[in-house]
Design a protein around this ligand. Structure first.
Ligand SMILES: NC(=O)c1ccc[n+]([C@@H]2O[C@H](COP(=O)([O-])OP(=O)(O)OC[C@H]3O[C@@H](n4cnc5c(N)ncnc54)[C@H](OP(=O)(O)O)[C@@H]3O)[C@@H](O)[C@H]2O)c1
Length: 268
């Protein structure tokens, strides 16, 4: 079983990679920092007995994403599970060299592009790390960068995570009948390197009982990768390893299609 995991250099992705490797899966670690990936590879070897492949890719470059897809295609005839987990939250508004707002590119456009470039090689499941922040998302397919609307870091992060949920809905529709499923999930409030210097993460790390460990954050991901639930609920958003009811903005099929079309045009 080959699982490609993005954002595997830290936090939830690292914890999931170690757990899945310990259960016998062949994990492929994707991140942007080779030194951090090498450290995770050592942890994987300690539980599995063999060093995993590592691949570097910076999601702020769509060209880098295309190179990653090409490298994965040359190395693997099939990918059983693709885990789109890499993500970022930043309070500063920045643009990538491609000209897109950083969170919408790293959290949505880059995994959208990677998934599309690999889809014919994926045989089992596509799992995307969304967030409860998706509930407050107000994504506008005509304004993915929020350049024409009020901008705040958390609002834009919410849009990007709503995009993960809508991407999952439309991907599941497109994959219907193929045997490949798509799900997404909220990991919890997890004490990782995520959202540094924000009050939310300061509270998670300093108020007893508020934040959970990376291993706890990875548990729903591992569930979706290994349990029949991961195939039985296409298009659904999970939290605490069960499908959860979510606002219409995270499931609306028309919005999901409009977002898909706008994203395809943006990364073309
Ligand atoms: N922590 C939470 O409370 C929480 C809650 C809800 C959802 N999430 C989601 O969970 C996912 C994993 O986050 P985490 O909590 O594990 O945070 P993390 O420890 O910061 O890990 C994020 C991962 O994404 C990678 N990444 C960030 N920017 C990237 C870029 N430009 N190109 C390629 N990779 C990049 C990071 O690489 P580096 O190691 O090089 O930085 C790291 O591997 C994210 O999608 C996040 O939105 C987290």
């Amino acid at each position: 079983m080959i699982s490609v995991i993005t954002g595997a250099s830290a936090g939830i992705g690292e914890a999931a990679a170690v757990k899945l490797a310990g259960q016998g899966q062949q994990v492929v670690l994707v991140g942007r920092n080779p030194a951090k990936l090498a450290g995770v590879a050592d942890r994987v070897k300690a539980v599995s007995g063999s060093l995993p492949d590592i691949l570097s890719c910076d999601y702020t470059s769509l060209e880098d994403v295309r190179k990653l897809a090409s490298e994965l295609r040359s190395r693997y005839e099939r990918i059983d599970i693709l885990v789109n987990n890499a993500g970022v939250m930043t309070t500063a508004r920045t643009l990538t060299p491609d000209g897109h707002e950083t969170m919408i590119q790293v959290n949505h456009l880059a995994p959208f592009l990677l998934t599309n470039l690999l889809l014919d090689r994926v045989t089992g499941r596509v799992i995307t790390t969304s967030s409860r922040a998706a509930r407050m998302g107000r994504i506008n397919p005509a304004d993915l960068n929020r350049s024409r609307r009020w901008w705040s870091g958390w609002l834009q992060y919410g849009d990007s995570k709503q995009a993960n949920a809508l991407f999952t809905v439309e991907l599941a529709r497109r994959l219907s009948g193929t045997g490949v499923s798509a799900t997404c999930f909220h990991p919890g409030v997890i004490k990782t390197e995520f959202a540094p210097r924000t009050f939310t993460m300061w509270m998670a790390k300093n108020i007893p009982g508020m934040g959970q460990t990376a291993e706890e954050g990875a548990s729903t991901l591992v569930h979706l990768a290994t349990h029949p639930d991961g195939a039985a609920h296409p298009g659904r958003y999970f939290a605490r390893s069960v499908p959860e009811s979510v606002p219409r903005g995270m499931t609306d099929p028309d919005l999901a299609r409009a977002l898909w079309d706008a994203s395809a045009e943006t990364v073309a």
